[in-house]
Design a binder for this molecule. Structure first.
Ligand SMILES: C=C(O[C@@H]1C=C(C(=O)O)C=C[C@H]1O)C(=O)O
Length: 264
């Protein structure tokens, strides 16, 4: 959707500095969406299929909203973009807008980590980020729809950020094809992971995201408005979920990279 990178321009899309700038932009998106979500209780019920009665659907309330949001957004070609991955591919419909000409930037692959992303978000990320001092006040209160709406925003931002690993991986492959061809041919996933890892960049990200969570989570003019989000929970989200899953995307994308090429 609002890519800072023009994905119809191959050189822009594979410039590692550009890609990293987009990942930095997504830090703001993810942090702000998380701040919006944690103003509500955990409301576990909205993640349970049947937890809230939905006519004609046996999905959880959150899954129902996510699926319908993806159906709607597919009609304005959100999922034609190579940096977008649906959680419910079967819900997508024909766009009402003319198709955009995306050059072949990424090589054919079936890497989609959304099932894992959603599971980690519901089972680990939300329980650690949502304050446990607010109780679930049941569907009769206004929180359920608002919580699910915020969840959809967070999940779509997490998916975009993690799957951007494909552009990182393609950029790194093109920088040194010989090294990666050798690692891929020998199915050396550990070697690929080491080759794509840049600890300096990772440490910088963790420092910056802590500062952002503390800053965005407070109001400069109102001292009492502090810690709208637990900064350590946001750092842990990046350290234990976002960065590791981005690297899984990079490794799994590269494992499929030689298919149909002269190296196969
Ligand atoms: C995304 C990159 O690849 C890896 C993953 C990172 C991440 O998910 O933030 C950061 C550095 C690398 O270990 C990169 O090199 O920028």
């Amino acid at each position: 959707m609002d890519a800072a990178i023009d994905l119809t321009d191959r050189s822009q899309a594979l410039d590692l500095a550009n890609i990293r700038a987009q990942l930095i932009r997504l830090e703001d998106t993810i942090t702000f969406h998380l701040i919006e979500r944690v103003q509500f209780p955990l409301n576990q019920t909205i993640y349970v299929p049947g937890g809230v009665r939905i006519p004609g659907s046996d999905l959880s309330l959150m899954d129902y909203l996510l699926r319908e949001q993806e159906r709607l957004q597919s009609r304005v070609r959100r999922y034609d973009s190579p940096d977008e991955h649906p959680f419910f591919p079967d819900a997508l419909e024909e766009p009402i807008l003319e198709p955009l000409e995306y050059p072949e930037i990424l090589y054919a692959n079936n890497v989609n980590l959304n099932h894992t992303i959603k599971q980690r978000y519901i089972e680990e990320i939300l329980p650690s980020a949502c304050p446990n001092d607010r109780v679930d006040r049941g569907a009769s209160q206004e929180n359920y729809g608002s919580s699910a709406t915020c969840d959809v925003n967070v999940l779509q931002a997490l998916s975009r950020r993690i799957h951007f690993g494909k552009f990182v991986a393609e950029s790194k492959f093109q920088e040194n094809p010989e090294k990666f061809v050798q690692l891929i041919k020998t199915k050396d996933k550990k070697g690929i992971d080491e080759a794509i890892t840049n600890m300096k960049v990772e440490l910088k990200i963790l420092e910056r995201i802590k500062m952002k969570a503390e800053t965005y989570g407070s109001d400069p003019a109102l001292a009492e408005y502090r810690n709208k989000v637990d900064a350590d929970a946001v750092v842990s989200l990046y350290k234990n979920t976002i960065i590791p899953l981005t690297k899984v995307v990079e490794v799994e994308y590269l494992m499929q990279r030689l298919k149909g090429t002269q190296w196969e």
